[in-house]
Design a protein around this ligand. Structure first.
Ligand code: NAD
Length: 378
């Protein structure tokens, strides 16, 4: 029997994305897989049931109906406790599981006999680039952060010389120049802002400058060794962070917009903007903290609230990509399509016990146990 893929309507409040697009459904059904989608799954990403049906999907009235015969469940978020309780033993689950934080759900998936793969654990090797959901979503998050900043800012981004006077360009400072930060720089530049950026990884200096922004960082010995072999930042010492704060303080005071994106995998986000630095900014300034879901880079940031500190707004969206859900869904669906290509062979059969290094790296549960090395026994 053909391998069957189920797509559910996301149950998490505020999640507007969906784990399939008409394009991926068309590709799967053309290669002999069957796709069952819960009704309304794509509505918040502007994809109708009819569009999915036209691409070859079967539309199910309920989640339970969609899951009844499914071999593979694809989701944006990891399934909730009640969704896990409704899964068939032996099902394969692929989602952004948030496995470090959702440990109880990982145990529950194991107990249900599911084989679960975390899209956030897909290794950043060349072959897996097409499956890199962290990058596909971070890129859109960086873009959208600038749009949110522009919306909350009472002034213009570009310089305008008019008969009624000159409008000064906005000053934008991007802290953390990974995938999201780079796109934030590029977007702010396109809107005409004067952009500067900082990061602890030396490789970012050239990237920042190539986008026409100014680089600002404490470039000491620790900075030269701040990148892990995997390309991520290390947790910096207290001494480094103190020097970094001293360098950025006078800069932050002059900025109109600060966008923070700094993350360290598996740890709380580092504080990069202190209360005092927020207080030093002019009324009307805006901080967008993309690290809010991991605790935030800005002191005083509250996820999904606009915190007003003497006219300075701190905005920490916990799911900014949900505000660009159509593109975010299309790119994430493409990431999943490529990942499913590792689970199903060219004849449309499930690959049993694959030792593919991407699958091994992303596998969180199998055979009734949590098997990921960084979660085992945690
Ligand atoms: P991330 O989301 O983990 O972190 C965002 C940024 O915050 C990083 O650039 C990090 O260096 C920075 N940061 C951490 N602590 C900081 C501090 N105290 N002060 C200032 N900045 C701080 O990063 P990401 O977007 O996932 O990118 C991480 C790396 O992976 C980058 O080198 C990126 O180019 C690379 N990458 C590689 C591939 C690939 O090869 N397939 C794909 C995507 C990203």
């Amino acid at each position: 029997m053909a391998v069957s893929i189920a797509i559910l309507k996301e149950s998490h409040a505020g999640e507007a994305r969906v784990a399939a697009s008409p394009d991926t459904v068309k590709k799967w059904t053309a290669s002999g897989l069957s796709v069952i989608i819960e009704t309304g799954a794509g509505v918040r990403a502007s994809i109708t049931d009819e569009a999915f049906a036209a691409a070859g999907a079967i539309v199910a009235k309920t989640a339970a109906e969609a899951l009844k015969t499914a071999d593979i469940l694809l989701k944006v978020r990891g399934p909730s406790a009640s969704e896990i309780a409704g899964l068939r033993a032996g099902i394969i689950v692929v989602a952004l599981l948030d496995a470090y934080r959702e440990k109880a759900n990982m145990e529950a998936l194991a107990a249900m006999g599911a084989t679960a793969y975390a899209m956030e654990f897909v290794p950043r090797i060349t072959r897996a680039q097409v499956m890199d959901a962290l990058s596909s979503q971070a890129n859109l998050a960086g873009y959208r952060a600038v749009i949110e900043a522009a919306e909350a800012f009472g002034k213009a981004f570009p310089m305008m010389m008019t008969a009624a006077g000159t409008v000064a360009p906005a000053k934008v400072f991007v802290m953390g120049v990974g995938v999201a930060g780079l796109q934030a720089i590029a977007t702010a530049r396109r809107l005409g802002a004067v952009v500067s950026a900082t990061d602890v990884r030396p490789a970012t200096k050239e990237q920042v400058e190539s986008l026409g922004a100014k680089f600002l960082a404490v470039e000491d010995e620790e900075f030269k060794n701040a990148q892990t072999a995997g390309g991520y930042a290390k947790e910096m010492s207290v001494e480094y962070k103190t020097k970094q704060a001293a360098l950025t303080s006078s800069h932050i005071a002059k900025q109109d917009i600060v966008i923070t994106t700094a993350l360290i995998p598996g740890r709380a986000a580092p504080i990069l903007v202190t209360k005092e630095q927020v207080a030093s900014m002019k009324p009307g300034s805006v901080l967008i903290d993309l690290a809010a879901p991991q605790g935030g880079n800005v002191e005083g940031c509250k996820a999904d609230e606009v915190v007003d500190v003497n006219g300075v707004k701190i905005i920490g969206p916990s799911n900014i990509v949900a505000r660009i859900a159509t593109d975010a869904s299309a790119l994430y669906a493409k990431n999943l399509q490529a990942f499913v290509g590792l689970l199903v062979d060219k004849d449309g059969n499930l690959v049993a016990d694959s030792e593919d290094e991407i699958l091994t790296a992303a596998r969180v549960t199998q055979g009734g146990a949590v098997v990921h090395p960084s979660l085992k026994g945690a």
